[in-house]
Design a protein around this ligand. Sequence first.
Ligand SMILES: [Zn+2]
Length: 279
Amino acid sequence: MSASPNEVVFAAVGDVHGNMNRMVNDLRHQAEVRHRQFDFVLQVGDFEPHRDEADLATMAAPAKYRHLGDFSAYDKARRGFPWQVYFIGGNHEPYGYLDTHPEGFELVRNCHYLGRVGVVDLHGLRVVGLSGIHSEERFRAQRPPLSALGSVSNKDFTYFNERDVEQALELGHADVLLLHDWPSGIIDPRDAADFEGQRRSPSHDTVGNEYARLLVDALQPRLVLCGHLHKAYRTSIQHPSGKTTEVRCLGSVGQGDGAYGVFHFKGESFHETFLTGRD
Ligand SMILES: [Zn+2]
């Protein structure tokens, strides 16, 4: 399907976990069959841009999940991103690298970290992102400084805290909000059975976290994108203001199912086409 020229068309990508080559190949293929390049790409965290083993050592993850992944070839400019890619941090990131610029930065050409809390204007769309996941114990604590790396748990770098949420709230509004974990209270009771007993989701009403939800309710974005659970899910939230937020939870690039979405924004409305991992 081709798009009219004044539409903004972007792709959304779920957890990448270092599979940048597959992400680029899959999206390139989609752009070809659509006869329309993406204006940009948004990614919801667990991107895993490790330049080397030293970066990898700063990621919080069990040994079996520690893989250098594809990024070092992009870092060495052997490979490149064909579109501007904007990502937030998840709970598996080389925070020893990303936290050198907590305000966000361009890692390599066309590849941008949005920071712990970030906002960017892309083709007239205001995109806000919050990195990390929620921990009740760590929420009111300060994040350790980079100098503490190695002497505290890498996990301590994976959480957002109260200050981050306040900073995001101060941004006032967003068209698109990027979150790693899901907002709470979004599972339709009719889908509950499908969620019970899943990894990290003991019950459908404990999926997600309340601070992500608070941000959705305050910023009232047109679209929320999230990942983390490696499961595709779509729903919408009606706000008392009359506004509606569409929520799209994405699968992971490695597992393929529902890892991508393509969104066409035009004026006040948008439509979407959802892809599977590859076709
Ligand atoms: Zn993940």
